[in-house]
Design a protein around this ligand. Structure first.
Ligand code: NAD
Length: 457
């Protein structure tokens, strides 16, 4: 295989040739990508089954189908997005036209985690290509089976000088970090995010960081408890909790604690069966390292449901921990596994204080029918995005950007925001040569001052 600097050099040459500036050609390649994904659904789903134990339904719902819908959206809107956008011109610059010219950055790097390997590759890739960039796509070393299928799909559509797909671990990552890119789009952990940001700072490379963290889920006494439990169980145990926006832990009002925990247990049984470890639609932990890490977060004395594990098959039951305190191991890091701690509050102020004292979460969920409380939580706490009376679904829309801030990330994407992420908008004033007002030129005249003040005040 060529080395990374050769790949990047060829991509830069390709970019400089101007080929990626042709919007018709961009659209054609997106349509080809759409068709290639559709044609390769069985191979992509097979990879996801091997790497994460995902069922075909879940793979389509959360990865391939979702990616296809972002692709359709981009195909439908690319002509409009790629057009120069006319804007108003202030009176002081009269007799000119102003516009924002969408321009690609050049050669961009996209780095991925393993938990939604198809979706998190295709989504940013589509936007980067739609915006006219060349792309080096680096997949996580932990999802090798899906990676092969992704590479096959992408290389059937794009030559490597346009989009190159790389696998690999530390060595490839280190080399990539030493290579100059025009934009870096990173999805992964806070720890690696910091390294990527530091390295990008050396060249002042702009970045998007899509990170994770502990996303709280609040359930108050006015909530529809049965529905809350149903939706929380869905969102928490989807992909065995290996979802960046999974509700990490529950904060519930003391009054409804018993009812909520009982409903959660019922829901786990209903959704995953009596023996989830034998449920073929219940997946697996990505690897032994993460399996051991997650097991270390389970305090056996606090398990009130689930808790069974199978190291050989890397499976852990949906597990509920009750009576959890801030000091427990499970509250010290993002869980990223099928373990649901339940904490109880008396005063809503305790909840707000705790969340504010910790890293700004990527998501926040509140189950409540109390409008005042919903307003207080959604406006009074900093977080990336979230839902009222649901979990996770706020990212399943092209009409709002998805992303965090601070420790949960920088920037956002999806839909138009994805195109904007990979686009630099040049602000351009095109001035008429017919008239040339004299007042800005030296020598300044007292008589012009009045006119200047009319324009600028
Ligand atoms: P990770 O940070 O370990 O790895 C992400 C990518 O970075 C991989 O491609 C990996 O090979 C690469 N990498 C690892 N070490 C590196 C280094 N030293 N220098 C440069 N690159 C390096 O994350 P992960 O374990 O793959 O994914 C889990 C994390 O990702 C969780 O924190 C989760 O919340 C987050 N996540 C966020 C989103 C989001 O959209 N915000 C989506 C999925 C996952």
């Amino acid at each position: 295989m060529e080395n990374i600097s050769e790949i990047v050099a060829r991509q830069r040459e390709y970019f400089e040739s101007g080929k990626t500036l042709n919007v018709k050609e961009r659209k054609r390649s997106l349509v080809a990508l759409y068709n290639a994904i559709k044609a390769n659904l069985p191979a992509l789903h097979e990879g996801l089954k091997k790497d994460l134990g995902k069922s075909d339904t879940e793979s389509y719902m959360c990865e391939t189908g979702f990616a296809l819908s972002e692709l359709s959206y981009m195909i439908k809107h690319i002509n409009k997005f790629a057009k120069p956008q006319k804007v108003k011109t202030p009176l002081a610059q009269a007799i000119s036209k102003s516009y924002r010219l969408p321009s690609p950055y050049g050669t961009v790097l996209i780095m991925n985690p393993w938990n939604y390997p198809v979706l998190l590759s295709i989504d940013p890739l589509v936007a980067a290509v739609a915006a006219g960039n060349t792309v080096v796509l680096k997949l996580s070393e932990y999802s090798p089976n899906t990676n092969e299928a992704i590479k096959k799909v992408i290389s059937s559509v794009f030559p490597p000088e346009h989009v190159a797909v790389l696998f690999g671990g530390l060595q490839v990552n280190t080399e990539l970090m030493q290579t100059g890119f025009d934009y870096i789009f990173f999805t992964g952990s806070k720890m690696v995010g910091k390294l990527v940001y530091q390295s990008a700072a050396q060249r002042l490379t702009p970045v998007t960081l899509e990170l994770g963290g502990k996303s709280p889920c609040i359930v108050d006494e006015s909530a529809n408890i049965r529905l809350a439990a149903k939706r929380i169980v869905f969102g928490k145990f989807l992909n065995l909790g290996q979802t960046c926006v999974a509700p990490d832990y529950i904060f519930c009002a003391e009054k409804i604690h018993d009812e909520l925990v009982a409903e959660i247990k019922k829901q786990i049984k209903t959704q995953f069966g009596e023996n989830p470890l034998e449920n073929p639609a219940y997946g697996k932990i990505i690897n032994e390292k993460h399996y051991v890490r997650i097991c270390g977060l389970i305090d056996e004395n606090k398990v009130v449901y689930g808790g069974k594990k199978d190291q050989e098959r890397l499976k852990i039951e949906p597990t509920v921990l009750d009576g959890v305190t801030y000091d427990d191991a499970v509250m010290q890091e993002e869980i990223f596994g099928p373990v649901l701690p339940v904490l109880t509050y008396r005063e809503e102020g305790e909840v707000i204080k705790y969340i504010k004292e910790n890293d700004a979460p990527l998501a926040l969920y509140i189950f409540s029918s109390d409008k005042q409380r919903i307003k207080k939580f959604t406006t009074g706490i900093g977080f990336g995005g979230g839902c009222v009376n649901d979990v996770i679904i706020h990212l399943a829309t092209p009409y709002m950007p998805f992303g965090g801030f601070g420790a949960s990330g920088i920037g956002g994407y999806h839909g138009k925001a994805s195109f904007d992420t990979f686009t630099h908008y040049k602000s351009i004033v095109n001035k008429s040569t017919a008239i040339d007002l004299p007042m800005r030129y030296q020598p300044y005249k007292k008589s012009n001052e009045k006119l200047i003040k009319k324009f600028l005040h």
